[in-house]
Design a protein around this ligand. Structure first.
Ligand code: ADP
Length: 736
């Protein structure tokens, strides 16, 4: 057996788990024994390398050939043709007669060497026949309408025309594990359809060679490899790169692997889609088997046609799905625009985001609210989940088929959320679209346990091919490219819409501000202009009262009295309005001043109107920074209210002070108000009392609020009916 030979022993010594990816299978230094190899230096045309069995074809061993001109053994005209053909192609072939024996010469260039390989050729089938067979095969592939059907058809055709015992169409997944998706086999063999083969079965460098060569024949794993002998020792000219060689011998590791499977001969054809290895058409035979180069080329061509057809069918399917999802997307956006409500439009209308993917549940999280569809976690769980995803993912997208791996907390509801696809609308606000796929317990039938470690550190191909079922838990079906791109497009549409709305809102806000400013100056001038006619009315009413009062009857007297008091009221109102509008009409003049002094300035007027109310202030000076003149206005209104609304109580008391540093307050023990009006009372003309009982205009607190707004501060009230009220205020940062 080969394992006993010195070559294999040294080979094994060189190859272990640390360098298995570097196993030099492309420069193995041996060829298979069904052919002969000879190479010459491109420039000098002197023979530099040949296989030990060269005497079979040339009647001389390596010693008789090495160093001699190649034209000494091969007709100069043939050599000239080879050179000529290789100028425009990577490889060439032609029939070659040696005596009565018919050979096939296959030539290519490797480094500085022209490599000529000779395979015996029986020519039982004519070239024309190969061509017509191929045409027939291509036609029947054309008729297959789905990927599954075309794979079955390809396996069937290859089995029929190659005669191998087993033909499999083998597809790679994204981790380079292979899955047998179609199979044709000799009766009596156990089926391998549906089996998964671990990626280590076809290592990286072997995949690379398949990609380069397209097809590979291993005639008989039991045959004796033939050594390549070079003119100088290999250290001088280096090993031959056999990547393009047809006769390249088989890696001992692969031989052991096939022997474990009891397979003696293989023919493997690469299926390349857009330059990437999509899969393989793998043929196994349980005795030795050889198919000639023409034949091999036909299947290489067939695999290319197969790949194009598969690509076309898959592209059509993707296109169909893409069309459907683009339709759903536009319906979703229509719903959002019509309802003016993102949550409703995406989750509570005819179409929902769950229609966009093959999910079982989905959720829309927007504006602090969550709307769920189908089978998914509850809202509290979704909030936790969003937090986890947000901390884990860097960008605006996250997807997985195995969520438990990323989030331990979800163990309890993992069945519904093994697959998660989350696209953020705003990560900062935890706004996102989420799709869920449930756990699907998968039984993967591996063709043998993927064991790598053999005896010691040596790479050992798998010993057992008995089927081994791996149960994968916590995994969902994968997210297809079409699902991902549909979800991403929807995310983009939504972000565009939000950006549009934001721009619109900005425009409206600008307009509103302008309209508001116009209204302000209008009301200011209106109030101002009303003062003169009012003064006129008041003047005339006073004249009537003073000069003609005695001749008026009772109705006349009371009417003149009503005119005078109404004018007075109107004056107070206009005065308040002017103050209110005036606050925003002048720039702030910030100074530091004493709160107590400001209050004392206002006190005389208050004491005259409400003599029974006591005012309390702390002795320690309280300093504040702000525009003193308008802060006086604020204090006046707060104090006036405190005095007014507590004056009717026995032992009424008003306290002014500061707490928690820079929070000022005016507190009374008066009538209080319903706490639900806490905010409303700061709007103009909001009064909670009877005009007759407590006179007022309803503008005082609006003025106070405006003073605070001008300072960038805050004002608020706390109150209980019948128990008094406290008004607090802060001046803006940097001002107090
Ligand atoms: P008004 O001229 O009516 O006092 P304000 O704008 O100053 O107008 O106050 C609005 C309303 O808030 C008042 O009508 C009153 O109902 C309530 N209010 C304000 N301050 C107090 C207070 N200290 N105690 C009880 N109610 C108050």
């Amino acid at each position: 057996m080969q394992g006993k030979q010195p070559f294999w022993d040294s080979y094994f010594r060189q190859t272990d788990l640390n360098n298995c990816d570097k196993e030099p299978i492309h420069s193995i230094g041996y060829i298979q024994d069904h052919g002969t190899l000879i190479s010459c230096d491109i420039q000098s045309k002197l023979i530099v390398r040949c296989s030990e069995n060269c005497h079979l074809l040339f009647g001389k061993g390596p010693l008789g050939l090495l160093g001699k001109p190649i034209t000494r053994v091969i007709d100069a005209q043939i050599i000239a043709e080879v050179y000529n053909e290789l100028e425009s192609s990577d490889s060439m072939f032609c029939e070659y007669m040696e005596g009565n024996e018919r050979w096939l010469l296959i030539g290519h260039q490797s480094g500085n060497e022209l490599v000529l390989e000779f395979e015996s050729y029986d020519a039982k089938v004519s070239l024309l026949e190969y061509q017509s067979r191929l045409a027939g095969m291509l036609k029947s592939l054309e008729q297959s309408k789905s990927v599954e059907k075309i794979c079955d058809k390809a396996a069937h055709l290859v089995k029929k025309y190659t005669g191998y015992d087993r033909v499999m169409v083998y597809r790679f997944d994204e981790d380079w594990n292979g899955n047998v998706i179609a199979e044709q086999k000799k009766e009596g063999l156990e089926p391998w359809l549906g089996l998964h083969f671990p990626a280590s079965d076809i290592p990286r460098q072997a995949r690379k060679l398949f990609q380069l060569n397209g097809a590979r024949l291993v005639r008989d794993v039991n045959s004796r490899p033939v050594h390549l002998v070079s003119l100088d020792s290999e250290t001088l000219i280096g090993p031959l790169d056999q990547s393009l060689s047809e006769l390249r011998s088989v890696s001992p590791i692969h031989i052991e692997y096939l022997t474990n499977m009891k397979v003696r001969s293989t023919f493997t054809i690469a299926v390349l889609c857009e330059g990437r290895l999509w899969g393989l058409i793998a043929c196994h035979h349980y005795t030795d088997r050889f198919i000639n180069y023409y034949h091999r080329m036909s299947f290489k061509f067939l695999a290319q046609a197969f790949a194009v057809r598969v690509q076309l069918l898959e592209a059509n399917l993707q296109l169909k799905k893409a069309k459907q999802s683009s339709l759903i997307r536009s319906e979703l956006m229509k719903q959002v625009i019509e309802s003016q409500d993102l949550l409703k439009g995406l989750s509570k209308s005819e179409y929902t985001i769950s229609d966009l993917t093959d999910c079982k549940g989905a959720a829309v999280c927007y504006n602090g609210d969550i709307s769920t569809m189908g089978d998914c976690p509850d809202k509290a769980e979704i909030r936790v989940l969003l937090r986890v995803i947000s901390s884990m993912s860097e960008g605006a997208e996250y997807h997985t088929t195995h969520f438990v791996k990323d989030c331990q907390e979800t163990r309890d509801y993992k069945k519904a959320v093994s697959g998660v696809l989350c696209l953020f609308i705003s990560k900062a606000n935890s706004e996102a679209l989420i799709w869920f796929k449930p756990e699907v317990t998968q039984a993967i039938r591996w063709a043998g346990k993927p064991e790598k470690l053999g005896d010691g550190m040596r790479l050992s191909p798998r010993k057992s091919f008995s089927k081994w079922v791996e149960i994968k838990k916590g995994y969902a079906e994968p997210w297809g490219n079409n699902e991902l791109s549909a979800a991403r497009s929807l995310q983009k549409d939504i972000l565009n819409l939000i950006a549009q709305k934001y721009e619109e809102a900005k425009r409206l806000n600008k307009k509103l501000k302008k309209a508001y400013a116009n209204l302000e100056s209008f009301s200011y001038s209106l109030s101002h202009d009303l003062q003169a006619p009012l003064r006129g009315i008041d003047g005339f009413a006073q004249i009537i009262k003073e000069e003609y009062y005695s001749i008026l009857d009772d109705l006349g007297k009371s009417s003149i009295q009503t005119i005078i008091s109404s004018v007075e009221k109107m004056n107070v109102l206009i005065d308040d309005m002017l103050k209110y509008s005036g606050i925003s009409h002048r720039p702030l003049q910030i100074i530091q001043f004493s709160l107590q002094e400001a209050v004392l300035e206002l006190l005389p007027l208050l004491e005259t109107s409400y003599p029974n109310v006591t005012l309390r202030m702390s002795e320690t000076p309280i300093l504040m920074r702000g525009d003193r003149s308008i802060i006086l206005l604020l204090l006046k209104n707060l104090l006036e209210n405190a005095f007014k609304y507590s004056a009717k109580k026995a032992a009424s008391m008003v306290t002014v002070g500061e707490e928690r540093g820079s929070v000022y307050f005016v507190k009374d023990n008066g009538i209080g108000f319903d706490a639900s009006y806490q905010k409303k009372i700061f709007s103009p003309f909001q009064r909670l009392v009877n005009e007759g009982e407590y006179p007022g205009t309803g503008i005082g607190l609006a003025i106070a609020k405006r003073v605070i707004d001008q300072h960038g501060g805050k004002i608020w009230a706390e109150s209980t009916m019948g128990m008094g009220s406290t008004f607090y205020f802060e001046l803006g940062d940097g001002l107090c």
